[in-house]
Design a binder for this molecule. Structure first.
Ligand code: ATP
Ligand code: RIB
Length: 322
């Protein structure tokens, strides 16, 4: 039997305004559209993995408001096991998102119920956590809960993938317990407390420094430039992004993490899993919204075929860098 992916993280309702561009501080502009989508980094990763056909359980909180019921139903409809999704008194998490015409966005998250996902609630979910094949976490829940999870993962020898988003400073103790860390460029900057400008040499140096902090494996997400894999002393590998026309990049990172975890759980190599993840993320950016943008397994297979990437060809698609 396949061991499930267990996602410990946030569940949000996304309130999304589409505009020609993101307004500057103090500026008012007229928008083009308003939509609501199911979101939250944790829930997005859970839904993405479930839509790829992998068994997923979610550990998280929704509020006692009307959004809470809708968010839980959304997870279940996508095939996510919600046995350990708690309903707590008060508001569900929400994210206020503005997207521009080139797919760019900015986001303000109000955690609501997600802020009450305590280590005590994880203790209650111990049965499912113990049986996880892979644990996935992000930083939209209390840091002490992520730290508890990391300790749990280490104690039970279960790999943990941490998406350090939204960016914040993390202790070396936590980083040492993480199997895969998957920051984007701004998160890398925050983790390393240094400016991280575009450019391959800088990405390699940043990945190297993250390894020096004690993380076992690093996967830097570089937006439309793809991603960089760094594992100990192995040669780093860069996987280019697929050339697509982006309409909304919200949750590209979540799509990527889910695809990567599913790839590894199915026994693919790291490089092949990263290519699969890039395809999942590329499809997601061509569609609006967070969870509705996540592709099914068949859609990803079809996309890879269209881009002439067969399983046999996949290794040569990556570029090794020393
Ligand atoms: P988000 O916060 O929007 O969820 P992120 O900032 O965590 O995303 P990104 O680096 O922007 O992560 O994107 C993750 C992955 O998605 C990239 O490594 C790439 O494979 C894919 N991706 C992102 N943007 C594009 C794009 N415009 N075209 C193709 N692929 C993209
Ligand atoms: O990663 C994208 C997600 O970030 C959105 O769905 C929003 O809810 C915020 O949590």
């Amino acid at each position: 039997m396949q061991k499930p992916i267990v996602v410990v993280g946030s569940i949000n309702l996304d309130l999304v305004v589409g505009a020609d561009r993101i307004p500057q501080v103090g500026e008012t502009i007229i928008g083009n559209s308003f939509s609501t989508f199911y979101g939250g980094k944790g829930a997005n990763q859970a839904v993405a993995a479930a839509k790829l056909g992998y068994p997923v359980s979610m550990v998280g909180n929704v509020g006692s408001d009307a959004f809470g019921t809708q968010l839980r139903n959304g997870l279940e409809e996508a095939g996510v096991d919600t046995t350990y999704v708690n309903t707590v008194e008060g508001a569900s998490g929400v994210a206020l998102i503005t997207t521009g015409l080139r797919g760019e966005n900015n986001i303000v998250v109000v955690p609501g119920a997600n802020g009450h996902l305590t280590p005590k609630l994880l203790e209650k979910a111990a049965t499912i956590l113990e049986h996880a094949g892979f644990l996935l976490a992000q930083l939209e829940i209390p840091l002490e809960t992520v730290e508890y999870l990391a300790q749990f993962a280490e104690r039970h020898n279960i790999p943990l993938m941490l998406d350090p988003a939204p960016a914040r400073e993390l202790s070396e103790k936590l980083l040492r317990r993480v199997t895969w860390i998957t920051p984007n460029e701004s998160e890398t900057q925050e983790l390393l407390k240094t400016n991280f400008e575009n450019g391959d040499q800088r990405s390699y140096a940043a990945a190297e420094r993250l390894l020096d902090c004690g993380v076992k494996n690093v996967l830097l997400k570089l937006g439309s430039r793809g991603c960089l894999i760094a594992q100990g002393t192995l040669a780093k590998e860069r996987v280019p992004a697929f050339p697509v026309s982006a309409v909304d990049t919200t949750a590209a990172g979540d799509a990527f993490n889910a695809g990567f975890a599913v790839g590894l759980m199915r026994g693919s190599t790291v490089a092949r899993s990263a290519i699969f993840a890039s395809a999942v993320a590329a499809i997601s950016v061509t569609r609006p919204g967070a969870q509705p943008s996540m592709p099914t397994g068949d859609e990803v297979e079809c996309f890879l075929e269209q881009h002439s990437i067969t399983t046999a060809q996949q290794p040569s698609y990556t570029e090794q860098v020393r």
